[in-house]
Design a protein around this ligand. Structure first.
Ligand code: NAD
Length: 484
């Protein structure tokens, strides 16, 4: 059986007597490989390695750091198929989507390599004569980076690249549902000429590896992409050391569909936002509010499109969707659908946990109508291919329901009216709003949530700022000295 290893200080460690866990293919239920559970001592060793490496890494000029990043870009491109296959096998997304994701990993690292010359401070005018105030932007130190399973390749880039270009070193903890993609990436780091300890990659449980990473006093920042419940635990662990946190957490994106939208385009965008990655996307369309005048037509069209969505094993054919990442996720989706049924909602299509050829944690593409705004399925993150729809009469009503939410990551509105767009942009209280398009962010944007969806964010120049801290210098100079 294939075994992966921890990558610490530039070396793959022998697994020795570490506990090993099974990595399961969610489409076939077969064991793919075993991965090591990092102990608290392993985590401490990884942070120590990153801490030592950071002392010299921060002195490497950013443009030279960019050179190392570009080496990784080339290695990722050369190994795009290996990375994609590992991800499809262990988390189930269709191979075309994993291949795209490995491509984004390369493109994202490249994007941040080009940021090398964008790190800049400020000169501030003083109140005093003969004084300069210089605000420097310095690397924040070691970044502890905790990963989810839903974009296990792309998010390596999103976390590692800005940290490295800023002059930070990293300890990246992979999700236990996706250890192999991270392991394949670590192999590329080993092949590159990056100094030892700059990137460390570990696997292990949230309770031990994640928790001890978040609580390590040598970190400058701890960042997680994951659920709100885990984000809260990490924030508490970081609080003891007053470590900065950057939390990219759950979402419950509302979609507002107005009577005056372009109907067919709207249907396609909502569909894509719900089925991509089997609906396991933090900014996916999680709840639809459709205006009464168009509700019947919109609902009929989206049901028709959802019925035609295909699903099957990621490596066993060409399908729109793969399985849920694991059995627990499949059960979670089924439970939320059942709660809607219990409340008297109507399952228009789908609604069941299913297998393909007797195996796998699949869930049928599902549309639910007759749900109430306060139903669990409209309030809790589903993270599956299930679209609950409710109706409204006025824009005020729709905005109020959209904002009435624990989460605040993504939202969208479909309309052809300029005034409606302007009101939505000003009154929808979410980190991001998409107007007349599917939910998917850009490298140069700023992906961030408000309320329970997190603190801080990623992408673009603001994403880089997360890994920089300010150091202000007051310099008094002597006007007389050179005149003597
Ligand atoms: P999760 O919260 O279960 O796990 C995330 C990571 O945290 C894992 O690596 C896990 O091992 C670790 N962890 C668990 N307990 C921990 C602890 N006590 N201390 C430290 N680390 C701990 O999330 P998941 O199921 O892997 O991913 C799905 C979630 O991620 C969804 O809620 C989704 O919305 C969210 N997500 C958010 C974004 C975003 O950008 N906001 C992007 C993708 C996914």
């Amino acid at each position: 059986m294939k075994e992966t290893q921890l990558f610490i200080n530039g070396e793959f460690l022998d697994n020795g007597d570490r506990e090993m866990r099974e990595n399961i293919n969610p489409a076939t239920e077969e064991v793919i490989s075993l991965f090591p559970m990092a102990t608290e001592e392993d985590v401490a060793a990884a942070v120590d390695a990153a801490f030592e490496a950071q002392k010299s890494w921060e002195k490497v000029p950013p443009i030279e750091r960019a050179g190392y990043l570009m080496e990784l870009v080339e290695l990722v491109k050369e190994n795009q198929d290996v990375l994609a296959r590992a991800t499809s096998e262990e988390m189930g997304k269709p191979i075309a989507q994993s291949t795209d994701e490995a491509g984004w990993l390369a493109a994202y690292i490249q994007y941040f390599a080009a940021m090398a010359r964008h790190i800049k401070g400020e000169i501030i005018v003083s109140d005093r004569p003969n004084e300069n105030i210089l605000l420097y932007k310095m690397p924040i130190g070691v970044a502890g980076q905790i990963m989810p399973w839903n974009f296990p390749l792309f998010l390596i880039g999103r976390k590692v690249a800005p940290a490295l270009i800023a002059g930070c070193t990293v300890v990246l903890k992979a999700s236990s549902d996706c250890p192999n993609g991270a392991y394949e990436f670590a192999k590329l780091v080993e092949k590159s000429s990056l100094p030892k300890g700059v990137i460390n990659v570990i696997t292990g449980s949230g309770a031990v590896a994640g928790a001890s990473l978040a609580a390590n006093p040598k970190l400058g920042i701890v960042t997680v992409t994951g659920s709100t419940a885990v984000g809260k635990k990490i924030m508490k662990a970081a609080a003891d050391n007053v470590t900065k946190v950057s939390l990219e957490l759950g979402g419950k994106a509302p979609v507002i569909v107005m009577n005056d939208c372009k109907l067919d385009e709207t249907v396609e965008h909502v569909l894509n936002s719900r089925i991509y990655n089997s609906g396991q996307v933090c900014n996916a369309a999680e709840r639809v509010y459709v205006q009464k005048g168009i509700a019947e037509e919109f609902t009929a069209k989206i049901i028709e499109r959802m019925k035609n969505v295909t699903y099957g094993p990621a490596l066993g054919g060409t399908f729109d969707m793969g399985p849920m990442v694991n059995k627990a996720q499949q059960e979670h989706v089924a439970e939320l659908v059942q709660s809607a049924i219990d409340e008297g909602a109507t399952i228009e299509c789908g609604g069941h946990a299913v297998t393909v050829d007797g195996k796998g944690y699949f869930f049928e593409p599902t549309v639910i109508t007759g749900v109430k705004h306060e139903s669990r399925v409209m309030v809790e993150e589903i993270f599956g291919p299930v679209l609950p729809i409710t109706t409204f009469e006025t824009l005020d009503e729709a905005i109020e329901m959209a904002n009435d939410c624990e989460f605040g990551l993504t939202s969208s509105i479909f309309t052809t009216d300029y005034d409606t767009v302007m009101r939505a942009m000003n009154e929808i209280k979410f980190g991001e709003t998409y107007v007349n398009r599917e939910h998917f962010e850009a490298f140069q944007g700023f992906h961030q949530g408000v309320r329970g969806s997190g603190i801080g964010g990623e992408d673009g120049e603001r994403g880089l700022e997360e890994y920089l801290e300010t150091h202000i210098n007051y310099i008094d100079y002597d006007l007389t000295r050179n005149k003597q």
